[in-house]
Design a protein. Structure first.
Length: 247
């Protein structure tokens, strides 16, 4: 009688990673709900966000190889980020301990931002997918912080522009192909991004008054708009090079 051998495919291991991440998110979200009397909608929104993320990972991750430790580190960070995003709409009226917890979790997510890159370099597992996963999670983190600031009435609806500007750029690139060209590394772009995240994180701290938060976030918005303008102008000036490179 032939023995039946079972093989573990990269896709199945990725699915197990996603299940582990989903369970971790459930534990974190349930803990936060019980600790701060959050509504059931918080758990539901956390689940929906993670389900969408999981579907996108399975759609775009090349199943020829294992998920890798670098991507697992990004996935672990996403657990915190998605919980924060699901929590953001319910922050209004929350007690100070809840807001401090939100701020500390945000700080933890920011600290973990550099872990996946270090793991990728240490294990030689850098990939285009991993870089895009990390970048999209950063953008989602920023948008979630904008929602938190808005829910806390630390700034007006204009603060959402900090999180939506990148998505507007992506939407514009669908109609203008030259916007899809690669941009060179930029210290200016990285500095503006750091200022953007730091000002958003500071704004959610309970002791920060709305006037100070609005002032620093307004400056962040001006700097971000300027940075996007510089990049778009650079791409526009080289649009003919991009068009000639097409097959």
């Amino acid at each position: 009688m032939d023995s039946i051998s079972t093989t573990t495919t990269p896709t199945s291991t990725t699915a197990r990673d996603l299940v582990a991440g989903g369970f971790t998110l459930f534990v974190l979200a349930l803990t936060l709900r019980l600790a701060f009397s959050l509504p059931a909608g918080f758990l539901a929104l956390s689940a929906v966000l993670y389900a969408v993320q999981g579907a996108l990972i399975l759609r775009y991750w090349p199943g020829r190889k294992p998920f890798g430790w670098a991507n697992r580190a990004t996935l672990a960070r996403s657990v915190i980020v998605l919980a924060l995003i699901a929590w953001a709409p319910y922050l209004g009226g929350q007690p100070a301990p809840a807001l401090w917890t939100y701020a500390l979790l945000s700080l933890g997510a920011l600290i973990l931002d550099g872990v996946d890159g270090k793991v990728a370099r240490a294990t030689g597992s850098h990939s285009e997918f991993g870089a895009r996963f990390d970048m999209e999670l950063d953008a989602l983190f920023i948008l979630g912080l904008c929602l938190a600031v808005l829910a806390l009435d630390k700034a007006g609806t204009w603060v959402l522009a900090l999180g939506l500007m990148r998505y507007a750029f992506i939407a514009a690139s669908l109609g203008f192909a030259w916007l899809n060209a690669n941009l060179p590394d930029s210290f200016r772009r990285k500095t503006v991004c750091v200022w953007q995240v730091v000002t958003l994180m500071v704004a959610v701290i309970p002791i920060i008054p709305p006037a100070f938060a609005s002032l620093t976030l307004g400056l962040a918005l001006v700097l971000l708009a300027w940075s996007f303008f510089v990049d778009v102008r650079w791409l526009y000036q080289r649009r003919h090079n991009h068009d000639s490179a097409k097959p």
